[in-house]
Ligand binder design. Structure first.
Ligand SMILES: C[S@@+](CC[C@H](N)C(=O)[O-])C[C@H]1O[C@@H](n2cnc3c(N)ncnc32)[C@H](O)[C@@H]1O
Length: 466
């Protein structure tokens, strides 16, 4: 074969076997590699190419993947996509999965695992309750990087975009770098997969809530890209999310996917699944009777109102004594929510968190329980998780002003004035109609007017209008 035909044949085989396409300026690298592979196998280039094209040659394919693939990655790469995941996609999926209590994610082309662990950490931050199962499958064709992924040890450079509090919570210092804690490692499994080949098990229909496939499509041929996108779309549960790299685009109208834009990120949602409105209309009543044991006389209305009154006067200890007082049976959900608020206000944060978690455990669709949990977590410095809880509360009840207000205030604190303005403007609209009792419970001692003034001045300070 002529040198041009040899080079073309090598590219053709790489496209067929691995789905790869190369730019013209890769010619020199490919030619050097072809020569060295032929030499190492004791063959002429033509014989090597003939063997490569004739039948499976896994060991050689492994070498080619290891030598040619670009594996650059790091933890929480493109943080805005993780913010969209944490604050938009996962809270919505958590609502949709309330009865199964699982969130399944996938990192396609996971390289050395940083993306897969970042997904697991985000899932862990957002999970509504401890008994939820979070799982992440990381797949890549390159066994070298997968070994690194399994080891879960990274240099400080890999964590350059990882917020400090995340690094402190989910990694431990080891050998001059950081190892992912076991609690996260056990949520993630890795699998060697060549996406240019079909794999019916991996791509089973309707299993994943979220798929990240970033910085892979740009290396793939159009045919392999469309086959992979079709498989990923099908593998998502209806309503599941697909995140691609910044340079990958499927256009504005890809088959079966809707384009979504939040947190300065574009991503896709598989069409179908319950709409937010449908989910909200299926919410149980705030005090759904089946949740209350039949023989459990509640705190009487009078006591409840008196405790609320004491809360308004910031007499937390007196209010707690009232709610904690002798009674013939367990507290009703409404009373337990008040109890949780009082515990938080009295500084008994751990008890308040435990109670809020129990409440949302009993009914993951209760916006007030998520709001309470958000407030407690925020106080306990678990801000990212608190944001997830506020998102859930706002999502479950679109008329709920107070989670929007907290989201706006937190976005401002994090320097994201645009996101803050969006939330605060919505909060301002909703505050006028906010339920009095919610203002007492979650307003932190401020009344409607004071909250409105606060919201207005924070919105003005953003200097941006959405
Ligand atoms: C640049 S990394 C992307 C890492 C990560 N997704 C990110 O965005 O930070 C590209 C990865 O794609 C993998 N890859 C390339 N071709 C592949 C194929 N045919 N099947 C599976 N993985 C492949 C490479 O091994 C490499 O680890």
């Amino acid at each position: 074969m002529s040198p041009t035909a040899t080079a073309a044949r090598f590219r053709e085989l790489l496209a067929r076997l691995l789905g790869w396409t190369f730019a013209d300026n890769d010619a020199q690298q490919l030619s050097t590699l072809l020569q060295s592979r032929a030499d190492e196998n004791g063959m002429s280039k033509d014989a090597y190419l003939a063997r490569l094209g004739a039948r499976r040659w896994d060991s050689e394919l492994t070498v080619l993947v290891e030598r040619l693939s670009i594996t650059e990655t790091y933890c929480f790469r493109h943080g805005e996509q993780f913010a969209a995941l944490r604050e938009d996609a996962l809270p919505e999926r958590a609502v949709a999965r309330a009865s199964q209590r699982t969130l399944r994610m996938m990192s396609v082309a996971c390289s050395s695992g940083e993306e897969a662990y970042s997904l697991a950490i985000t899932g862990r931050q957002v999970r509504p309750d401890p008994d939820w199962i979070i799982s992440v499958t990381g797949v890549d064709a390159n066994p070298l990087v997968l070994r690194k992924a399994e080891a879960a040890w990274y240099s400080a450079w890999s964590l350059r975009e990882t917020p400090d509090q995340v690094r402190r919570r989910w990694f431990r210092a080891e050998n001059g770098g950081f190892r992912v804690v076991d609690e996260i490692r056990k949520l993630v499994r890795f699998q060697r997969t060549n996406v240019a080949e079909p794999d019916d098990d991996l791509w089973r229909s309707g299993q994943y809530d979220v798929i990240f496939c970033r910085n892979l499509l740009m290396y793939l041929t159009p045919a392999v890209t469309s086959a992979l996108v079709a498989r990923m779309t099908d593998a998502l549960v209806p309503g599941g999310y697909l995140f691609l790299g910044h340079t990958d685009s499927l256009g504005s109208d890809p088959v079966g996917l809707e384009l979504r834009h939040t947190h300065q990120s574009f991503y896709y949602r598989r069409a179908g699944g319950p709409t937010p409105a449908q989910r909200i209309s299926s919410l149980p009543e705030a005090d759904e009777p089946r949740m209350v044991p039949a023989a459990a006389p509640p705190v009487d209305n009078n006591t409840y109102e008196r405790a609320l009154d004491l809360l308004r006067q910031e007499r937390f200890a007196d209010a707690l004594a009232l709610v904690d007082g002798p009674r013939p049976g367990p507290l009703r959900r409404r009373d337990r929510l008040l109890h949780g608020v009082l515990l938080a206000q009295a500084g008994r944060l751990d008890e308040a968190i435990a109670l809020a978690r129990r409440l949302s455990d009993e009914n993951g669709l209760n916006p007030d329980a998520h709001q309470l949990l958000g407030l407690c977590l925020e106080d306990g410095s678990a801000v990212a998780e608190a944001i997830g809880q506020y998102r859930l509360a706002a999502y479950l009840d679109p008329g709920f002003a107070l989670p929007r207000m907290r989201l706006g205030q937190l976005a401002r604190r994090q320097g994201d004035d645009r996101a803050a303005a969006g939330e605060l403007e919505r909060a301002l609209e909703l505050l006028a109609r906010e339920d009095d009792e919610r203002i007492t419970l979650f307003g932190g001692g401020f009344g409607r007017i004071a909250l409105t003034v606060q919201c207005r001045s924070e919105l003005d300070a953003c200097g941006v209008y959405p």
